[in-house]
Design a protein around this ligand. Structure first.
Ligand code: HEC
Length: 118
């Protein structure tokens, strides 16, 4: 009986240490994933984009893109299907703004981050 209890305790300890062991190391000086780094540049259409897109994600999701007008149009339509609220009449200004600032020529350098908890 006593031996069984010891085996159970040993197994529990082994599982606990396996669960907390982290095989991937991250530089603790890196910012945590999810940190907001960017805001949107000024320009016509910025207001429409902020009002429609910021309820769900930050500017960081947008500034890293390099999409053509066709791709931005499809992206905005997809976001509307996913729940973004944007008047049909606001769409041209929003898409033009996104293409102008985050089109194929967009120069964006990703920021290295680490997951929360590392
Ligand atoms: C109802 C919530 C919601 C709104 C509002 C919203 N999005 Fe998204 N968006 C999402 C989700 C969910 C994802 C996927 C998240 C992920 O991959 O981490 C996403 C991802 C994206 C991506 C990454 C590429 C992709 O398709 O996964 C882009 C670009 C994007 N959204 C642009 C926009 C723009 C532009 C707007 C405003 C017109 C907007 N979003 C509004 C929910 C939303």
């Amino acid at each position: 009986m006593k031996r069984a209890a010891i085996i159970v305790l040993a197994l529990a300890a082994a599982f606990a240490s396996a669960a907390t062991k982290r095989s991937v190391a991250f530089d603790p000086n890196l910012p945590v994933l999810g940190t907001k780094f960017h805001s949107l540049p000024a320009g016509t259409g910025k207001q429409q984009v902020e009002a429609s897109c910021f309820p769900c994600h930050s500017a960081d999701m947008l500034v890293q893109q390099r999409l053509t007008e066709k791709q931005w149009t499809a992206e905005v339509d997809k976001m509307i299907r996913w729940g973004a609220v944007m008047k049909e009449s606001d769409k041209p200004a929003a898409v033009a703004y996104l293409v102008k600032n985050f089109g194929p020529a967009n120069k964006f350098t990703p920021v290295r981050t680490r997951p929360a908890g590392y």
